[in-house]
Design a protein around this ligand. Structure first.
Ligand SMILES: [Zn+2]
Length: 321
C-alpha cells in the first residue's frame, strides 16, 4: 500500500455557483463535483484535506489585470449580463466575486506551502485562468489565476524566479503575455499546435520579448500526439530548461483536456500520462526548488476522464518515494 503526502485541496463550494447555464457550455460546475467525488471515494481519500481560499485582493489582481477591465467585468455581472465579450465567456451575477475567490486560491495555496512544504497543493477551482489577458476575458477565463499567484509568490516571499509549466491542451496565451518580457518568470507550455487549436498562439518561435527572450518555451504537439510525445518533450526540453533557469518555485497550470476522450482538443493522452506528469512535477520541485510547487486547475471537460486524470495526477504528485 503506497503512502501519500497530505493533499490540500484549495476549494470552496462557491465555485459551483459560477453559472454558465449548462446547455452547450463545457465549463460547468459538475467538473469540480466529479473531481471531488472521485477523490473522496478513491485511494487518496484519507490524505485529502480541504482548505477554503481567501479571496484575492484587488491589489493582487491588479498586478496582472487592468483596473478598467475589473470594473467592466464587475459591472457586467451586476447588470445581469450573460456574457463578457465573447459568448464563450458566460457569466452570472456572482461570477465576479467567484473569479476573485478562484484567483485567491493560488495565494492561499502559496501561504500553505510556505508554512509547510511537505504537502501537495491543488487548487480545485473555476473559472479557469490561463487564457485571460490583462484586459480581456477569453476561453472561459476571467482572471489569470496562475499569473496572479506567480507575482504574489515573488513579492510576498521573495521567491524571485518562478517557472510555470502548463500542460493544458491549449496554449496559455494570457500567462505568456503577462511574462513574455520578464526573465524572472519562465513560462513553459506543451499544447496542441496553434494551427489546429484555440487560441492560435504558442508557436515554438514565440520565445519571449526584450529582456524576456529565452524565458518562454512553447512546445506545440501535432494533433493525435500521445503520452510518448509529452514525456519526450519533458525529458528533452522542459527538464534542461528548468536546470538552467534554477527556479525558486514552480506553478503548474494543470489542464486535463488533452485526454483522448476530451473533444476540446485533438490530443490523445491517456489517463496514465497524468500520473506520470504528477511524478515528474514532484521530482522537478524537489530537485530544483526545495519542493515548492502548487498546481492550479485549468481545463478538462470530459467529466469521467477529467476526474480520473486529476486523481492520477494527484496520486503521482503525492506518492512518497
Ligand atoms: Zn484547455
Amino acid at each position: 500500500m503506497p503512502n501519500f503526502k497530505e493533499i490540500c485541496l484549495i476549494y470552496d463550494p462557491k465555485f459551483l455557483e459560477h453559472d454558465t447555464e449548462g446547455g452547450e457550455h463545457p465549463e460547468i460546475p459538475q467538473r469540480l463535483r466529479v473531481i471531488k467525488k472521485q477523490l473522496e471515494n478513491g485511494p487518496l481519500r484519507e490524505y485529502i484535506n480541504i482548505v477554503p481560499p481567501q479571496p484575492a485582493t484587488r491589489e493582487q489582481i491588479l498586478k496582472i489585470h487592468k483596473d478598467a477591465y475589473l470594473m467592466r467585468f464587475e459591472e457586467a455581472c451586476l447588470a445581469g449580463n450573460l456574457t463578457l465579450g465573447h459568448p464563450d465567456n458566460r457569466i452570472c451575477y456572482e461570477s465576479f466575486d467567484i473569479a476573485i475567490l478562484a484567483a485567491g486560491a493560488g495565494i492561499t495555496g502559496i501561504d500553505e506551502i510556505e508554512s509547510n512544504n511537505n504537502k501537495v497543493i491543488f487548487c480545485l477551482i473555476r473559472p479557469p485562468g490561463h487564457h485571460a489577458e490583462a484586459a480581456l476575458a477569453l476561453g472561459f477565463c476571467f482572471f489569470n489565476n496562475a499569473a496572479i499567484a506567480a507575482r504574489y509568490w515573488q513579492e510576498k516571499f521573495n521567491r524571485k524566479k518562478i517557472a510555470i509549466i502548463d500542460w493544458d491542451a491549449h496554449h496559455g496565451n494570457g500567462i505568456q503575455s503577462a511574462f513574455e518580457e520578464d526573465p524572472n518568470v519562465f513560462y513553459i507550455s506543451i499544447h496542441e499546435h496553434p494551427t489546429f487549436s484555440f487560441p492560435g498562439t504558442g508557436y515554438s518561435a514565440e520565445k519571449g520579448l526584450g529582456p524576456g527572450v529565452g524565458y518562454t518555451l512553447n512546445i506545440p504537439l501535432s494533433p493525435g500526439a500521445k503520452d510518448k510525445e509529452v514525456l519526450d518533450a519533458i525529458e528533452e526540453k522542459v527538464e534542461p530548461a528548468l536546470k538552467s533557469f534554477e527556479p525558486d518555485a514552480l506553478i503548474i497550470a494543470a489542464g486535463f483536456d488533452g485526454h483522448i476522450m476530451d473533444d476540446m482538443s485533438g490530443l490523445s493522452y491517456s489517463t496514465k500520462l497524468y500520473g506520470q506528469l504528477g511524478i515528474k512535477m514532484d521530482d522537478f520541485a524537489r530537485r530544483f526548488c526545495s519542493g515548492r510547487i502548487i498546481s492550479i486547475l485549468e481545463g478538462g471537460y470530459h467529466l469521467d476522464a477529467l476526474a480520473a486524470s486529476c486523481e492520477a495526477y494527484l496520486a503521482g504528485l503525492s506518492i512518497k518515494t
